[in-house]
Design a protein around this ligand. Structure first.
Ligand SMILES: *Cc1c(COP(=O)(O)O)cnc(C)c1O
Length: 231
């Protein structure tokens, strides 16, 4: 039996190399779509990566990171924020209402606002704490409730509730279905955002961020392409 070559050699790229490559890829995709690269924020999704794995990106000057678990992020980023100024943290994973206070304390942006009960919990915490994270409404475009996300027919009502609750709604977020061409889903999210006058779009992951940028992403959420495979 032969072993694939790729497994025999270690990947010589450092995290800083990968950051440069991803940034270049974003720049090129933006240029193709006649957009400015600075309109796109690269969120380095560091879920499951320990502090030691994250430090090289911080040392290379990157400051915008994403996590998907409140608990995991709290411990890691207390340590890292003590050592690096200007860190901006985005929550990209599903959020339980009973963790709203912890999430608002830790995160500068929440990409998974998707239901009335969560809107109510976040609104209450924001009012009490005076802290207003940027909110993205997660949209379930393909009828996949297990991923979270607000069904498209319920979006208008959720947006009204979010604004009434005092939340700062900046954008829409979505994760397209696995195994399908992502472009139509990105275009659909962009259209829905435009219809509602919502300026920002959180879309695109390691496998599809260039196409997301050409279709209007303002935030791409990239993990594997920066850190390597999650263990
Ligand atoms: C893990 C995760 C990402 C990053 O995924 P990669 O494929 O590793 O780039 C982006 N968005 C969400 C919501 C995630 O959970």
């Amino acid at each position: 039996m032969s072993i694939p070559i790729a497994r025999c050699v270690t990947d010589p790229a450092t995290p800083a190399d990968r950051l440069r490559d991803v940034t270049r890829t974003i720049d090129k995709a933006a240029a193709r779509a006649n957009r400015k690269a600075h309109e796109v924020t690269l969120i380095a999704v560091s879920k499951t990566q320990d502090a030691a794995a994250i430090r090289p990106l911080l040392d290379a000057g990157h400051r915008v990171f994403g996590e998907n678990r409140v608990q995991e992020a709290t411990a890691k980023w207390a340590e890292l924020r003590a050592d690096y100024d200007g860190v901006e943290l985005h929550l990209v994973g599903q959020l339980q209402s009973n963790k709203a206070a912890q999430a608002v304390a830790l995160f500068d942006a929440i990409h998974s606002v998707d239901r009335l009960s969560l809107v109510a919990a976040l609104g209450k915490v924001a009012a009490q704490s005076g802290k207003h994270p940027a909110c993205f409404i997660q949209v379930d475009l393909a009828g996949e409730p297990q991923k979270g996300g607000c069904p498209v027919p319920d979006l208008a009502e959720l947006l009204v509730a979010a604004r009434d609750a005092g939340l700062t709604v900046r954008g829409l977020m979505s994760v397209p279905p696995n195994g399908l061409e992502p472009a139509p889903w990105f275009a659909l999210l962009a259209k829905i955002a435009n219809d509602h006058g919502i300026p920002q779009l959180s879309m695109g992951m390691s496998s599809d961020y260039p196409i997301a940028v050409t279709l209007g992403a303002t935030h791409v959420r990239v993990g594997t392409a920066l850190f390597g495979p999650r263990i």
